[in-house]
Ligand binder design. Structure first.
Ligand code: ATP
Ligand code: ZN
Ligand code: ZN
Length: 803
């Protein structure tokens, strides 16, 4: 093959196709689909992905590939195909889809430099900037007063040139390793030949008569307390070999994982796992929904399914939501499968992530446990994909390539002819509807382990609490129960939902709320620094002493943060030992784990936290769960608000009474009559599903209709309105009668970072031509979207964030 087809690292409509490059002699055989190369492109050199090889090119002037960045393909043939599919699904550039599948660190880094091409001094200030050097960073020129016209003139005169350097960022950590270079007998012979004085050499050879495996040089020298000087003659004689070996940064290096054995499955578990195991053995594709109440032993079903896959010599991907990827969770998989497991999640450093990814690529592991992007693990013999807590919206990527891991999982499983298992106690409405229709196979676990009861849920009406004179954020019952557990030496979990909930500052006299001057949104009060911050742009200011509107001094903080709850709790129950777990207390590496360990070791009575504690926790001594403000999600402008509320209450309640001791849940709410709260308190998923489906049907929402959301933004409000209006009209004209095109509507977050935001929402059942229409729109506005701070149009074919 003489030519390679390359997707270049430039995300634009014009470059969204393969370019042909000639494969120079020296790279023949090395260049193959999936490897990363460096190619000339216009005046510069950039990175690209080889997606195919061909003997002939229809272009007359074809440039050479400059360099290869990989020896082993970074992307498998299947992933190259998947990238194509992804780019069609999400209407993103192929290059963006290829990059989303690889660790961040493998993206190229570009450096722009200016090279002086003459020995004569330049007749401008640029000469001073060069300061006697032949090469300088482009940035230095930008910082100087030399104009771009001046630079251009020098370039035209051939006196300077602008170079683009491509750097690959990944670094492999290597170490020098020693191993025997001869067989055991020769080693023994050598030992006999060595003079008695060569004590150190003798010791080394002796060591290797007993140890055949390679050992890091440093470790060898330390173990035998010797030096390189004694090693060298042995290496020179060929008795020992020294070489470089790649070592992996293992984030779990210092952990000891207790090996676990499979449990004997309960009757329910056995019935649920059987069809999964059958499908694995038959090597066919199917999608299962494992609907199991919290604590019903879903994880054990996953573990034993994976075991089956390994027995078949195949590989498995296990997806877990980022916040549930706790050390406890990792331990369950490492404990069962040991070093066969790689872990991919965002808390790892870029280097660690790359190393975990390399273990997969080098076939050193057969199981990957990870968050969303682990769905792209470069396995070639996939036998199973599991998505735990499948309803979690974090499986949807919210920028650039807006993919949903569930869709990608199903696509990959089709490619590999293997099953997908979606698991949840509260499946997404869309998923459950498909399972009922028979598109997915429904498997149920209705009972908790050991037939433990689901904890009783008591709803506390906070309005009544207020009427009876209790102004605290803790109801009397909750306070009493907390004290009761404390007395018994049992533990409690307190959950505060912070999504859509924040501490804002308001004037009690005139009602003025402190807002961000760039975004139409209230500023959040940060107590530690006594500052107000915007969570959408980086704006911040000091807390004012007086109201900027009416000069009153009665400025007050509203809303509830975990810090605030902690303080109140300290006054309410001074003896309680409280651990707080939220973004603030878990920022440091390992903090998450430390807090959970402390709680597990009973060094605290109460674990207070946000979303982070809603999932995956499995502590037997927890017998009480309190939900402080159950309705905070309900008021969001989102048609999934009720669904999210139901899911969250169910998940949190599931943390209590998981082992021998029975559990209890207190849910504080201002709207106990809301069906999502009422039905969550009786664990009635079916009833909730039916109720919610009625509403979705009435308002034409998923799963009855599909949605497409356009978000248009620009600094000028009139401009945004005008463009949105045009898009609405265009879609109305071209879509079928059965579809609804809504808009232009200001987004719930109408202004972010000084940009106005409007929406157009399309509700449809079947529009096979829709993507083409959207493409035409994007094409039409392409020029305007290229301008800095210009028009932005994002299109989401499966929107979860509607604000
Ligand atoms: N067959 C079994 N025999 C004995 N114990 C089991 C069995 N299966 C699971 N368990 C134990 O029961 C507890 C609950 O199981 P698990 O955590 O797997 O439930 P889950 O359905 O994944 O829960 P959640 O959705 O709430 O996270 C765990 O401590 C687990 O080790
Ligand atoms: Zn005021
Ligand atoms: Zn802002």
């Amino acid at each position: 093959m003489n030519f390679a087809r390359v997707i270049v690292d430039v995300a634009s409509q014009n470059t969204d196709r393969p370019f042909d490059y000639k494969i120079p002699e020296k790279f023949q055989g090395v260049v193959q689909p999936g490897i990363r190369v460096i190619v000339p492109f216009g005046p510069r050199k950039i990175m690209g992905y080889v997606v195919g090889l061909t003997d002939e090119s229809s272009f007359s002037k074809v440039k050479n590939i400059s360099d290869c960045l990989d020896v082993t393909p970074a992307l498998t043939e299947e992933l190259l195909q998947l990238g194509k599919w992804l780019s069609h699904q999400t209407l993103s550039y192929y290059i963006s889809c290829l990059q989303v599948m690889l660790p961040q660190i493998m993206k190229a880094k570009y450096r722009k430099e200016i090279w002086k091409m003459t020995d004569e001094p330049l007749d401008s200030e640029l000469e001073q900037v060069f300061d006697g050097r032949a090469v300088m960073e482009y940035e230095e020129f930008e910082k100087s007063n030399v104009s771009i016209h001046q630079l251009r003139k020098h370039i035209q005169d051939g006196e300077v040139d602008v170079h683009y350097e491509v750097k690959s960022r990944e670094t492999k950590k290597v170490t020098r390793v020693i191993e025997p270079g001869v067989d055991e007998f020769t080693l023994i012979e050598t030992l006999e030949d060595l003079s008695k004085q060569a004590v150190k050499q003798r010791r080394i050879v002796e060591y290797f008569t007993e140890h055949k495996e390679p050992i890091p040089k440093k470790q060898l020298l330390e173990t035998l307390s010797t030096t390189s000087a004694s090693l060298k003659p042995l290496i020179d004689r060929g008795v020992l070999k020294e070489f470089q070996q790649e070592i992996f940064r293992d984030p779990y290096e210092n952990h000891h994982f207790e090996r676990t054995k499979p449990f004997a499955l309960t009757e329910e578990q056995a019935a649920a796992i059987e069809p999964i195991l059958n499908t694995i053995q038959k090597r066919s594709h199917d999608v299962f929904l494992l609907h199991g109440v919290t604590g019903s032993g879903k994880t054990e079903v996953y573990l034993q399914s994976i075991q089956q896959v390994l027995n078949e010599g195949k590989e498995a991907i296990m997806l877990v939501p980022e916040i549930a990827l706790t050390p406890q969770m990792v331990e369950r998989f490492k404990g069962r499968f040991g070093s066969k497991v790689a872990v991919l999640h965002s808390a790892l450093s870029a280097g660690e992530k790359y190393d975990e990814w390399r273990k997969i690529q080098r076939k050193e592991v057969q199981v990957v446990v990870g968050a969303r992007s682990a769905i792209f693990a470069p396995f070639t013999k996939l036998g199973l994909i599991i998505i735990d807590e499948e309803h979690e919206t974090s499986y949807k990527q919210e920028d650039r390539t807006r993919y949903h891991a569930r869709d990608v999982a199903i696509e990959r499983a089709k490619n590999h002819q293997c099953p997908v298992v979606l698991g949840s106690a509260t499946p997404a409405l869309e998923t459950y509807a498909r399972a009922i229709k028979g598109n997915y196979q429904l498997l149920s676990l209705k009972k908790r382990m050991n037939n433990a009861k689901m904890p009783d849920v008591e709803l506390v009406d906070m309005r009544e609490e207020l009427h009876s004179g209790n102004r605290s954020m803790f109801s009397l019952v909750l306070k009493e129960k907390l004290e009761d557990r404390l007395a018994k030496g049992e533990q409690a979990v307190l959950f505060l939902n912070r999504r859509g909930f924040s501490t804002f500052v308001m004037c009690r006299d005139c009602g003025h709320v402190m807002e961000c001057p760039h975004c139409d949104i209230a500023l959040t009060y940060h107590r530690r620094q006594e500052r107000l911050k915007c969570h959408y742009c980086s704006y911040e200011e000091a807390v004012p002493q007086k109201c900027p509107e009416c000069e009153s001094e009665t400025i007050r903080y509203f809303g509830t943060g975990t810090q605030k709850v902690e303080e109140v709790l300290e006054q309410l129950i001074p003896d309680a030992r409280v651990l707080r777990m939220d973004v603030d207390t878990t920022r440091r590496k390992g903090a998450h784990e430390r807090i959970l360990n402390q709680f597990g070791n009973k060094q605290a009575d109460i674990l207070l936290g946000t979303q982070m504690i809603a999932k995956g926790l499995d502590f037997g001594n927890v017998t009480l769960v309190g939900v402080l403000a159950a309705d905070s999600l309900l008021n969001l402008p989102d048609f999934r608000a009720a669904e999210k509320t139901f899911q969250l209450i169910t998940q949190v309640s599931g943390r209590a009474g998981r082992h021998e001791k029975p559990g209890e849940v207190i849910v504080q709410t201002y709207t106990p009559e809301h069906y999502s709260i009422e039905l969550a308190s009786t664990y009635d998923f079916e009833a909730f599903f039916n109720e919610e489906m009625k509403l979705r049907k009435a308002f034409n929402y998923p799963p009855y209709y599909f949605l497409t959301l356009f978000t248009i933004s620009h600094p000028n409000q009139l401009k945004v309105q005008e463009v949105t209006q045009k898009i609405v009209q265009f879609m109305k004209q071209n879509l079928s009668e059965q579809s609804y095109v809504l808009g232009p509507t200001p987004s719930a977050l109408t202004r972010i970072n000084n940009r106005y935001r409007y929406q157009c929402m399309v509700k449809y059942k079947k529009e096979p031509e829709q993507r083409k229409l959207v493409q035409r729109i994007l094409h039409y506005y392409e020029e305007e979207m290229k301008q800095e701070n210009g028009l932005q149009i994002t299109v989401d074919f499966q929107p979860y964030q509607l604000m």
